[in-house]
Design a protein around this ligand. Structure first.
Ligand code: BDP
Length: 323
């Protein structure tokens, strides 16, 4: 009897050791279509993760707003329904107000400046603020999203050209104030509703980078792409904290390391795609207006920087000091 139970124990131990560790499929969500740099970079993170864990951790990408627009995706991340949410910082501001420092009009001199800031200690600090906030999310990394420019059915060169124009902005009061200060009428709306809003005249225009302007087909309705350059907003990707806490410390460290790689890889993909998007705009007859009075838009938006920036004055000074 004694001998039998010993054998049973040995067998049970052997079976347990051979049983595969439960595999986890991480859910990642994005509003963009397959092939967009953010999606490709995130899918590559997933592939590396699967390779490094022998398939124990894998990732499934839900692109194209299939899990909702960014507001919904962020809420799902907070609730644990989505593991990795990639979102513009725009709709993230109402959830973690500290990120609004990057959402301020003309806070970055240019994209190179923005990249330097997100790669350096300030970028890490804001990610840590996201993680430390009550949002129940872990800040993992940044992505480039180019420069946002106003598109409309007419050229926009100065604030007076925006008079009477209803311009869609991302859901954050800061942006509605920004557009109103720029001379237009800002209307907050999710990206999912924008195409039909443009078509039906609910709004006259919107603002975005070349990538979203072309891949969402906005150029088919609004042919003037005006280089107002008022916002350079990095994108962030975050992990649901509820689900993060279920991972081992080693897995967390691995995901953090791959996130840093993803941040650098996305930017290379971004630069290559930007060349393609610009070529497409040209081929499709988009009129890119370059002689925009940016100084006038900068001046017009000073009250927005004064109103929202007063809470982040020290941080803004540090951003500006990054050369
Ligand atoms: C794009 C961002 C995306 C935003 C979108 C928007 O990549 O995250 O949802 O703008 O305007 O540039 O809503």
């Amino acid at each position: 009897m004694m001998r039998f139970s010993k054998l049973a124990m040995v067998l049970a131990t052997a079976i347990l050791a051979a049983a595969p560790v439960a595999a986890v499929e991480l859910k990642a969500a994005d509003v963009h279509p397959v092939g967009y740099p953010n999606i490709v970079a995130m899918e590559n993170l997933g592939k590396k993760l699967a390779a490094a864990t022998n398939g124990r951790l894998t990732m499934k990408m839900f692109p194209n707003m299939v899990l909702g627009d960014e507001k919904t995706m962020i809420e799902q991340g907070q609730a644990g329904g989505i593991d990795i949410v990639r979102t513009s910082l725009g709709p993230f501001g109402p959830v973690v107000p500290e990120v609004n420092v990057f959402n301020m009009p003309f806070v970055f001199r240019d994209e190179a400046h923005m990249r330097k800031v997100i790669d350096g200690p300030i970028g890490d600090e804001i990610l840590a603020k996201i993680t430390a906030s009550s949002a129940n999310l872990v800040g993992l990394g940044w992505m480039d999203s180019g420069t946002r420019n106003v598109f409309a059915k007419k050229p926009i060169r100065k604030p007076a050209d925006l008079a009477g124009q209803k311009i869609r902005m991302m859901g954050n009061p800061l942006f509605v104030d920004t557009m109103n200060a720029m001379g237009g009428s800002g209307i907050a709306m999710g990206m999912g509703d924008l195409f039909s809003a443009l078509q039906t005249g609910v709004v006259d225009g919107a603002e975005n980078n070349e990538g979203t302007y072309t891949t969402q087909n906005y150029y088919t309705v609004d042919k003037f792409y005006n280089l107002t350059g008022h916002l350079i907003i990095p994108e962030v990707f975050v992990f649901s904290k509820t689900n993060w806490n279920k991972l081992s410390a080693d897995d967390q460290a691995l995901i953090k390391k791959l996130s840093k790689e993803c941040q650098q890889e996305q930017r290379k993909l971004w630069d290559a795609k930007t060349v393609e998007w610009r070529a497409k705009m040209k081929a499709e007859g988009v009129k890119t207006i370059t002689d925009v009075d940016k100084a006038a838009f900068f001046k017009a938006t000073q009250p927005v920087r004064d109103k929202y920036g007063k809470d982040y004055a020290a941080m803004i000074a540090r951003i500006q000091a990054v050369k």
